[in-house]
Design a protein around this ligand. Structure first.
Ligand SMILES: NC(=O)c1ccc[n+]([C@@H]2O[C@H](COP(=O)([O-])OP(=O)(O)OC[C@H]3O[C@@H](n4cnc5c(N)ncnc54)[C@H](OP(=O)(O)O)[C@@H]3O)[C@@H](O)[C@H]2O)c1
Length: 312
């Protein structure tokens, strides 16, 4: 049987590369953006990575990506240029936990993103959002992506919101304490919640970009990990990896602000994190359900923890 290509009169071969869809990836040097960029490049897709520093884009350039140096997502003219001609874009809310006006800064960024999306005409935006982004209070830093979802809905673009749960990589900063047989946490020992590997977030976002815009205005994906976890199950995974028992060291909510500020987080941002931990405990920080697609990643907690400990 004649193949699709031989059924039609042949035309002059067009410039395939200029016809290809281009995908723009913000945060390409980060946990999730790097997976999105790697996945698309591995499939031979035309990719433009946004980096703040040209040197950090070098590895992507060598693999065929167009490297666009954009010092900040707040640069409206630059972001508009970066998005122009793109089929779709992966956008995240860049974390700046030293800011003393965390939410106001993020709102300003997404006002810029909103205008750049419309001015560029990009047709599909995949936003890294968060569990509980449907709520307008009691979720701390998650309010920043709640705002991002709201303003992006006002653009002409089709949207995919990847509402990721608690990152398994959030355990990284406390792993040094395992040398003393401890696992510090602000979560109650047996609070079982969805926790996801950033690799799975990147894979889900890449899939959404490749599948193209949803038929409706917005597709919401609520993304959990392979299994829900608690501090106790995380400690058990770590005990298996390290071959020794670990004791959970559960700190009260009142310790969040002093501990976070001791690591350079602003009082403003630390107070938001306190609210988020409280929200995880009282059920405010939870998936919406209600029409969203529930998806589980496939990467287990143990694999992520092994990687974080350099024992992968
Ligand atoms: N932690 C959680 O449990 C959780 C849960 C749900 C959603 N989230 C969301 O996930 C986000 C973090 O995602 P991630 O882990 O993939 O990021 P990440 O690894 O922290 O990387 C941040 C990326 O953004 C870039 N960046 C930083 N500031 C920027 C700015 N002002 N303008 C443009 N780019 C900037 C960084 O570039 P450089 O390499 O140059 O620094 C880097 O590529 C959070 O901000 C939050 O919105 C987090």
């Amino acid at each position: 049987m004649a193949s699709e290509a031989t059924r039609w009169p042949s035309k002059a071969t067009p410039d395939r590369r200029s016809e290809e869809h281009m995908f723009v990836i913000a945060g390409a040097t980060g946990n999730t953006g790097s997976v999105v960029a790697d996945t698309l490049l591995a499939q031979g897709k035309k990719v433009r990575v946004l980096v703040r520093d040209a040197a950090k884009g070098e590895a992507f350039r060598k693999r065929g990506a167009d490297v666009f140096v954009l010092p900040s997502l707040d640069d409206e003219a630059g972001l508009t240029r970066a998005l122009t001609g793109a089929e779709a874009a992966y956008i995240l809310s860049p974390p700046d936990v030293a800011s003393s006006s965390f939410l106001a800064d993020r709102r300003k960024t997404f006002d810029v993103v909103k205008r750049a999306v419309d001015a560029s005409g990009v047709g599909h935006v995949v936003l890294l959002s968060s569990i509980a982004a449907h709520r307008d209070h009691g979720t701390g830093p998650i309010l920043s992506v709640a705002y991002a979802e709201r303003v992006l809905r006002e653009t002409k673009a089709k949207l995919t919101f990847v509402r990721a749960s608690y990152f398994l990589e959030n355990w990284a900063p406390v792993l040094a304490a395992t040398a003393d047989g401890k696992l510090p946490t602000f979560l109650p020992a047996d609070l079982t919640i969805p926790m996801v590997a950033t690799k799975d977030i990147g894979l889900v976002a890449a899939k959404a970009l490749l599948e193209g815009p949803p038929s409706a205005k917005v597709d919401i994906i609520e993304l959990a990990g392979a299994e829900d976890e608690s501090p106790r199950t995380i400690a058990a995974h770590l005990s298996t990896i390290l071959g020794k028992p670990l004791e959970l060291d559960v700190a009260p909510l009142d310790a969040v602000v002093p501990v976070f500020t001791s690591f350079g987080v602003s009082v403003d941002a630390a107070s938001l994190f306190r609210e988020m931990y409280a929200g995880l405990q009282n059920g405010t920080v939870a998936f919406e359900g209600n029409g969203a697609r529930f998806v589980r990643g496939s990467t287990g907690a143990e694999a992520v923890l092994r990687g974080l400990l350099g024992k992968g």
